[in-house]
Structures are given as C-alpha cells and as structure tokens.
Design a protein around this ligand. Structure first.
Ligand code: SF4
Ligand code: SF4
Length: 854
C-alpha cells in the first residue's frame, strides 16, 4: 500500500525536465512505489514507452515481474483543469495493476476542496484489477461485464479522465507485451480513378494536412515566422501517391513496400527547426514525429526512412526538409483516422521549466478515396460528454428547476398581489421550496454551489483562452451560470442570491429557524451606519481576489477560502481542518441572529454579481410616497432600502416583502389611509394600479400625476436622481449612436476640464500611455499580464475622471435613455464592466492575429 503522504504536494509539482525523454525513467521517478515487488527496472523500451520490472535475480537471471509506464508517454487526456494528470502505473505480467501514483496534477479542486488523498483512494481501487476488465466509474453492472469504481464526489470529471488514462495506458502496454491481442485494423481498400491531382486539389479534398506550431505555443518569443510548418499525407493510395511523386517514383516506392506496409511523406515549408530532430543519429529514432492511431503509436527508425526526391504535383510549395516514413505494423490502416504528432519542448515563461508537448494533427483519408467510403468508428466520448450522459436525469431536473424559478419570478406580481403583509404564503411557498431544493438537491446533492473562483476563471478565460470543454465539464455549474448571467441582467443578483444560492438559502433558513425556536427577541440588524460601512467589505474582497488572480491564480484560489462553500457542501465540515469548520459554524451560528451576515458583508461572489445588477433591466416597483413612508424599509431584511425609499439593487435579495406591501391596502400606509377615506366617504374601492395607487375613480391626466409626484421630494422609483445630459437631448439615429459611442469611449468633459484640470491632464497622459501599451501588445512586445495591469490602472483612473465630469450612468436597458446621477459604486460597476468587454474584444483580436505573448 502506498502511504497517502507519497502523493501529497502533487499539485503543479515540478517534474524533471527530461522526464519524457530520459532512457532511465526509474532513476527520475519512484517506480518501486507502483511496483513494490520489483528490485530493478529496465531502461525505457517499446512504443509507446514502458519499462520492465524485475524481481531478484535467480541463477544470475532476472525474473520479469511486470511493467511500469508513465501515463503521459501514452496519452495526454486532459482532466478538469485542461491539463493531464501525470501518473505512474505498475502492471504485472498478467495485466493486473500493482500500483498507481500521481506525480503531478493541476486540479484546483484537489488542492482546495477535496483532499488529494481522495484521488489516492480512487486509484487504489484499481490495484488487483486487470487491464482486460471493463472498468468504469459508477455502478458495477455484472450483466454487461462492467466493473464499477467509486467516483470522488465533486470531482467526477477528474476521475472519469483518470479512468480513461489508466485503461488506455495499461492497454497500450498490454498489447505490446502480448497480454492483450494487438489491434488489427482491416486494411484499406482504395477507390482508384487513375487521375492526377494538383497540390491545391489534394489540399481541398483533405488528402494533405498542415501542421503549424508557433513560437508562442512553445513559450518562445513571438516571431512572424512559425517555429515549424509541415505538410504531410498518405502515399500508399495510388492516386495520391502518383500525383505527389510522379508515376516512376511512386512505382519505385510501391515496389519497396510489403503488402501491409504504409508510406507517408512529410515536408517542412516554414521554420528552421528540423522535424527529423537534431539529436538523430544513424540507428536511432526520429524523436520529433510519430504517428498515432487509436491507442497505438508508431515511431520511425532510420530503416523506416526513405529520401523524398521531389514533389511532382502542380502548385506544390517549396520546402526545406523532407522525408518519406514507412509504418511497418499490421495494426495501422489507412481507412481509419490517424494523427501526425510533432513533439516539442515547451518552456514555461513564468518558471523557465520545460515540459514535453505534442501537437497532433488529424488525418483521415477522404471517403471518395476509399471503396465503400470511410468505416464507421466509435470514438471514446470526451470526459465532459460522458458526464452529461451519465447524469442526464439530474441535469434535466436541475434545468427544469431553474426554468420554473425564472417563470415563477417573472410572474412575481401575481403572487405579491395574492399575498398580504400578514399572509405571505403565496410568495413564500415558492421561495421556501426553492430554498429547500437549492440546499438539498443543488448544494448537498449535486454540489453545484457557484463560487468566486469560477468568476475568476471566466474572467481569465475571456481574456486569455476560451475553452468550452473547460466549462462544460461541470454541467450543473454550467447551467447555473447561464441562469445567473441571464437573471442578473434581467432582474439583478437578487433572484440567484435570494432564491437559489445554496449557502444563501441555508443562511436565511437558519435565521427563520432562529425565529421559530424562540430566538426572535435576540434577532436584529446591525445599526444602519455600521451596515452602510461594512457592506463595502465584500467589494474589497472581490477586487482583492481579482487583482491577485492576475498575478497568481493559485494564490487567488487559495484566498477564495473566504467562501465557506467548499467546507459546507463539497467536502463536509467533518472532513476539513477545524479552522474551516469553525468558520462555517460561526457564519451559520451568526445567521440565527442576523439575517445573512455572510451575504451582506463578506461574499465576494455576491459582490461580483451586485456590480452588474446596477444595470438590471427590470427593477422593483416604488411609488412617490415611498420616500416618506418607511414601512418597507423597516421590513427589508437586506437593508436595501434607503432613507429616501430608494432600493439599492446591488443589495436587494428579492425577498419581495416590499412588493407585497406595495399593493397591500391594509398594510401600506398611504393605501390604508386612502382606503379608509374611501370607506368613510362611501366611495368605490378600486384595484391597485401598476403605479402602486388605487386606480382613480375618475381618470386623471398623466401630467397631473407627474406634477403631484415631483413635488414631494426625491423620486424613489430611480435609485439616484435623474440626470439629462444636455448633449444627448433629442439625438436620434446615427447621431444617437455616435454620441453613445463617444460617451463610452471618451470620459473627458468640459465640466471636468473646468473643475479638475490636473486630474484631466493626468488622465490624458495615462490614456496615451495605455494606448501605447496596447500598441506594444499589438506588436507582440508586451505580455498579457502587463497589458492587464495597464488596463486595470487606466480603469481606476477613468472612474475618477468620469466622476469629476460625466457623472451619470444609465438606469435600465442600454438602448433606453434613462440617465441618473452616478454614485462611486455605480461608476465603478459601469467602468469595470465596460472595460472588461472592451479589453476582451481587444485581447481576442490580438490573439486571433497571433500577436499576443501568452
Ligand atoms: S451573497 Fe454569496 S452566499 Fe449570499 S446568496 Fe449571494 S452568492 Fe450566495
Ligand atoms: S424588502 Fe428589501 S430585499 Fe426584499 S425585495 Fe424589497 S428591497 Fe429587496
């Protein structure tokens, strides 16, 4: 048994530079850990490589006990992080696994949420099982011959990928050494027309493929010419071979090949690096290129190499290096897809460490060149596809839950009108059901608590590299984020935070529980003045994490432990060190007395969602009298209603209590007053209109209503006072569009110039510097991190400049023109969000043009 400590610290562990090339693998890694019975090991052998494990020598002869292999020599199946888990695997001569050791992984969940020992336990399940077994993550299904292994809750993608890696690696070696029968693929039957094709025609049909590796992909300085550019293709097919080589050369080549042998060509059309490898010596192996088909790899020795004397096809490009390689295995068939793999050393620009990277380019002979077309093949589905399939029912139920909550909320006014201040059950029945499901099914069941680390990952992915598979690997989180993004822009963060966040729901449920168990008299809010100060803490935490993540994602993820989510839902209090458990217990204990203390003051996720909530499209209703009547504010558990009766949509958690009051003719003071008056005077009690007042008995002109409203102090229907930027008045069509664009891109103004000249001049200089920074980035002379730093600094300055001149933001949808006075937070939210979008567009453009250093 391996001691759990043996794998501690495998997260992003530094591995020897020559791990993938050194002949003596076991001098670099502890092979004995995965093959305890062995006393010595051979050098690397075979293709894909493995080492032999020997017992103690008897009569001077070593006894072969089994094999040890390095997973990344065989497959680079990525796990959750998008990187492979580098694993050392031991297997005896009968194909039974003897030990598995993770040398390096990049799974954040195993660093922070789930202990690494969980992966050790998972791997341990394979010891004693055979590579010939059909092992799958999940239940054993004896009738189908499937042997199940238990997953790690919360790390399904990691273990599904790990299962694929162990079985693929084991099988690749088992086939070579005769434990499993080698794969024999049916030889291709070519459809031959006798036609000669030009280079262009062959490219168009897919009979030729290009490999292009850029300097940046290997961690080298940007260059206009690629590190290497290769073209390759099949030469066995008579039409392709004759077109490329000419009839004589092809006949000559054909006569040298045995029936099952297969020739392909490679030429270099750009770059200085040799694809034959600088270290190549006669009798050696070409270590820069190999061919992969299914689980098999084919490498080339000098005897598998033939000179390519020229390309006869019209329009062929000039080339500076060339080769014909021959695959001599019966396992290869031209009917099936294969890949040409170019192997390079990647240098990590941050650490200077080298790692082995392969660039695979797929090739599949076009169907028209094969008799009967291409054969049907069953490719192993990507891990994320398997996750979606294996949890189809839960995923469907979750999606239905999200749709149901959205629909219920969209019809909230019907529910609030059915409710009264005394009986809120028409609203609460739905809200409490949503809480129960979010805590039980979503939180503890599906472990789908969204987290700030996902926001940071999205932020980085948006700027650096968007990989759909990275986000699709967790279906619940993926669907949850679609729900969050849509509802934040429609209604604000309140629907997610107030109804669907598992921890938020748990926290508020604790508060309700506190009331039920007799703690009501101890329950209350922090004094308003303290609340108004402390609510900014969560924004500080969010900005802190965002800034740190630019420099070190690992550190940011570690600091994101400020979220109690992992301890509560993913790992469980009892499985974590006591400080984490104490933190969760303190928060939940406090929640018995104060409504959602974590949500109000600490949650960086809530803060990140609050900022775009500034621009929600649909707000809650307010009426003019809300500015003097404090009834709603008294009942608002989120303290989101200010002294003027205005709702801060960043803080509102959509409990809907104020909306119930809004139409409650007995509890809303102005309505109760009017109701009583009408009752006293024997007048008709009409329904409550959308404006929150009784529908007038006699129609009143709009002007009259407006005049009445504006007379009575601040208008609580807007979060801040309305503003009418003079230059926007009456603008239509193209002029409107131009002014809109100028407003977003040009923060300076005449007013700002008059009042804060120094600030404006400094801003202008900074803007010039930032433009220069973008220009340098566009020329490939500035790294991504540097440009993010500049952009960040500029954004802070832009906030200051706008506050001194263009101090307004839009309220509601961007295509409308409801401007209002901007608070500092409004401006931060606006500039932050706008510049994130502009930055992402510029980044993506530079990346598409291949100009940004990664
Ligand atoms: S503030 Fe944070 S914990 Fe609270 S409901 Fe929102 S996301 Fe959840
Ligand atoms: S009472 Fe407060 S938290 Fe509830 S909906 Fe109204 S403003 Fe939002």
């Amino acid at each position: 048994m391996m001691a759990p400590r043996a794998q501690a610290g495998a997260y992003e562990a530094k591995l020897p530079d020559d791990l993938h090339t050194a002949k003596d693998l076991c001098a670099l890694v502890p092979c004995a850990d995965v093959f305890p019975a062995a006393s010595s090991f051979s050098p690397r052998m075979g293709q894909p490589p493995y080492v032999e494990a020997y017992g103690t020598a008897e009569a001077g002869k070593k006894k072969l006990l089994g094999y040890v292999m390095l997973s990344t020599d065989i497959t680079d199946t990525p796990a959750y992080s998008g990187k492979p888990v580098v694993t050392l695997i031991g297997m005896d001569v009968t194909g039974h696994f003897t030990g598995i050791k993770v040398l390096k992984h990049s799974e954040p969940i195993l660093l922070l949420g789930i202990p690494e020992s969980a992966l050790l336990k998972f791997n341990q399940q394979y010891v004693g099982k055979s590579v010939t077994d059909k092992i799958e993550v999940g239940q054993t299904r004896a009738d189908e011959g499937v042997l199940g292994v238990d997953a790690i809750s919360g790390a399904t993608v990691t273990v599904i990928a790990q299962n694929q890696v162990l079985m693929t690696s084991g099988a690749a070696v088992a086939r070579q050494v005769g434990i499993m029968a080698p794969v024999v693929r049916e030889a291709a039957h070519y459809a031959v027309t006798g036609q000669h094709y030009s280079w262009e025609q062959l490219v168009k049909e897919g009979a030729l493929q290009k490999v292009q590796v850029k300097n940046e992909q290997l961690g080298l300085e940007h260059s206009d010419t690629p590190f290497i550019e290769l073209w390759f293709g099949d030469l066995n097919h008579p039409d392709i071979g004759r077109s490329l080589l000419g009839d004589n050369s092809w006949n000559n080549l054909h006569s040298q090949l045995k029936p099952h042998e297969h020739a392909l060509f490679v030429i270099r059309t750009a770059g200085k690096e040799s694809f034959k490898g600088s270290g190549f010596v006669r009798g050696g192996i070409y270590d820069r290129v190999q061919v992969k088909q299914g689980g098999d790899s084919f490498t080339f020795r000098d005897l598998d190499y033939l000179n390519l004397y020229g390309i006869a096809a019209d329009g062929a490009p000039a080339y500076t290096e060339s080769a014909i390689f021959v695959i001599r295995s019966k396992g290869f068939s031209a009917s099936y897809p294969w890949k040409l793999s170019f192997l390079g050393n990647r240098i990590d620009r941050a650490t200077g460490s080298k790692s082995f990277t392969s660039f695979d380019t797929a090739y599949w002979m076009p169907a028209s060149y094969l008799e009967g077309g291409r054969p049907q093949i069953e490719e192993a589905a990507a891990p994320w596809v398997r996750v979606w399939k294996s949890k189809a029912l839960e995923i469907t139920l979750f999606a239905l839950l999200l749709v149901a909550v959205s629909v219920v909320y969209a019809f909230r006014e019907k529910l609030t009108r059915l409710s009264t201040h005394k009986n809120k059950w028409p609203v609460n029945a739905f809200k409490y059901s949503a809480w129960a499901l979010s805590i039980g099914f979503v939180g503890f069941g599906a472990m789908a608590q969204p987290s700030i680390t996902q926001v940071l990952t999205w932020f980085h992915a948006l700027l650096f590299q968007w990989t759909w598979s990275l986000f699709l690997t967790d279906p619940f989180i993926f669907l949850f984020w679609i729900f969050i993004i849509v509802t934040v822009f429609l209604f604000g963060r309140g629907l997610f935070c107030g109804w669907m966040c598992p921890f938020g729901s748990l926290s508020e449920a604790m508060y309700k529980l506190g009331g039920l168990i007799g703690l009501k008299r101890f329950q209350g809010h922090l004094p308003r003045v303290w609340h108004d100060r402390l609510k900014w803490v969560k924004y500080g935490i969010f900005f802190g994490l965002l800034t740190i993540s630019v420099f070190s994602m690992g550190l940011a993820e570690m600091l994101a432990e400020v979220e109690p989510f992992k301890t509560t839902f993913l790992v469980g209090i009892s499985h974590r060190a006591w400080p984490y458990g104490l933190f969760v217990c303190t928060l939940l204990g406090l929640s018995l007395f104060i409504e959602r203390p974590y949500c109000k003051y600490i949650c960086p996720l809530g803060a990140s969602l609050a900022m775009p909530s500034t621009f929600r499209w649909f707000g809650l209703r307010r009426k003019q009298d809300c500015n003097s009547c404090k009834a709603c504010a008294v009942g608002c558990g989120s303290l989101a209603i200010d002294a003027a009766g205005r709702i801060d949509h960043r803080e509102c958690l959509h409990c809907l209590d104020c909306m119930v009051l809004y139409t409650d003719v007995k509890a809303c003071p102005p309505l109760a007053k009017e109701r009583k008056r009408r009752e006293r005077d024997g007048l008709e009690i009409t329904a409550i209109g959308r404006d929150g007042y009784f529908i007038p008995i006699h129609p009143v002109s709009v002007d009259t209503v407006n005049t009445v409203s504006t007379k009575q102090g601040p208008d609580p229907r807007m979060p801040t006072d309305p503003v009418a930027p003079p230059h926007k008045a009456g603008a239509r069509g193209l002029r409107w569009l131009w002014l809109e664009l100028r407003d977003h891109l040009w923060p300076w103004s005449a007013e700002g110039w008059a009042s804060q000249k120094a600030l404006q001049i400094a801003g202008l200089s900074l803007a010039l510097a930032v433009s220069l920074a973008w220009l340098l980035a566009a020329m490939g002379r500035l790294s991504s991190a540097a440009i993010i730093g500049w952009w960040f600094g500029w954004s802070v300055y832009e906030v200051l400049i706008r506050l001194s001149g263009r101090r307004y933001v839009k309220d509601g949808p961007w295509w409308q023109a409801n401007y209002r006075y901007a608070s500092v937070m409004d401006m931060l939210s606006y500039v932050g969000f706008k510049n994130l979008l502009i930055g992402a567009v510029l980044f993506l453009t530079l990346k598409t043009l291949g100009l940004l250093l990664v």
